[in-house]
Design a protein around this ligand. Structure first.
Ligand code: CO
Length: 290
């Protein structure tokens, strides 16, 4: 898909950086090394987002084990692959290959058992998995799944040279691959050449963060280096965010409407109450999950 060129937007007053977070090195699945950037202690602050994992490695030992069959219930997963090949299979009968620049959106709903296994034995594996909460009324909905190849993801470029991939939501008049009503997620992958800036309007009550994965970005008087997540302040006077790049920068800008509902998480299950977690565990035990 050719990127449409659109006029750059402006914001009257930009949000600032409330806090920059480095995340925590961890392992998941059968031993995949990754960095959990949005950790459980930030779920309330960044509601409706529950988790952001970043994996980036040239060493096959870091990723070869993959993520064998495991269950989920109660939220959505968004997996965006910059490099590498990952095969997805799930109990709802979906199968797909996630690769270079592609994205997979899975609404887990009442339950899915899935696996994500690398289809490469060498080379680079790099990508992100974001967990987006579902409102209470949708947590037991039917599972939904879709793969988008890189060429299917909507893109645009601003007149000043910033390139954007719109994974979710809408930006500069371009609607993304997926939209959701309750949480209204905005998920942009942005490339800012040195000396450019990008303005994005954001509803003041939406929670928002930026994850820089290449170069460095400037927001207000704060420089955010690669590997850091900047939580953007919820400033009632701000109408969006202005991101500036003194050097080439590559980053994710993610925002959404908080649900304001109780969050009960146990591993791969995210519900509203402890009772619902016990139910999920019982359903998993009895094979009713996927
Ligand atoms: Co999973």
């Amino acid at each position: 898909m050719n990127a449409r060129t659109v006029p750059a937007e402006t914001v009257r007053k930009s949000r600032g950086v409330e806090r920059a977070v480095a995340g925590r090195a961890t392992a998941d699945g059968a031993g995949v090394r990754l960095t959990r950037v949005l950790t459980q202690d930030l779920q309330r602050r960044l509601d409706p987002f529950l988790m952001l994992d970043v994996f980036a490695s040239d060493d096959p030992d870091d990723y070869l084990a993959g993520f064998p069959d495991h269950p989920h219930r109660g939220f959505e997963t968004v997996t965006y692959m910059l490099a590498g090949r990952l095969r997805h299979r799930d109990s709802a009968g979906h199968e797909g290959l996630l690769e270079n620049g592609g994205m997979q959106w899975m609404t887990v709903g009442r339950g899915v058992v899935h696996s994500e296994i690398p289809e490469q034995e060498e080379g680079r594996m790099e990508g992100f998995q974001l967990w987006l909460n579902l409102p209470a009324r949708d947590k037991m909905s039917d599972p939904w799944y879709r793969d988008f190849a890189a060429a299917e993801l909507p893109r645009f470029a601003t007149a000043n040279g910033v390139a954007a991939t719109v994974i979710a939501g809408a930006s500069h008049g371009v609607t993304g691959a997926v939209t959701r009503t309750a949480t209204a997620p905005l998920y942009l992958d942005l490339r800012l050449p040195a000396g450019t800036a990008f303005a994005q309007s954001l509803p003041a009550e939406h929670n928002a963060f930026v994850y820089v994965h290449g170069g460095a970005a400037r927001i207000g008087d704060e420089t955010v280096p690669a590997g850091r997540m900047a939580i953007l302040a919820n400033d009632p006077a701000a109408d969006g965010v202005l991101i500036e790049a003194a050097e080439d920068a590559r980053l994710l800008l993610i925002a959404g409407r908080p649900l304001g509902e109780p969050i009960a998480q146990f591993g791969p299950f995210v519900m509203n109450t402890q009772q619902e977690i016990y139910q999920a565990l019982a359903d998993e035990r009895d094979g009713r999950l996927g």
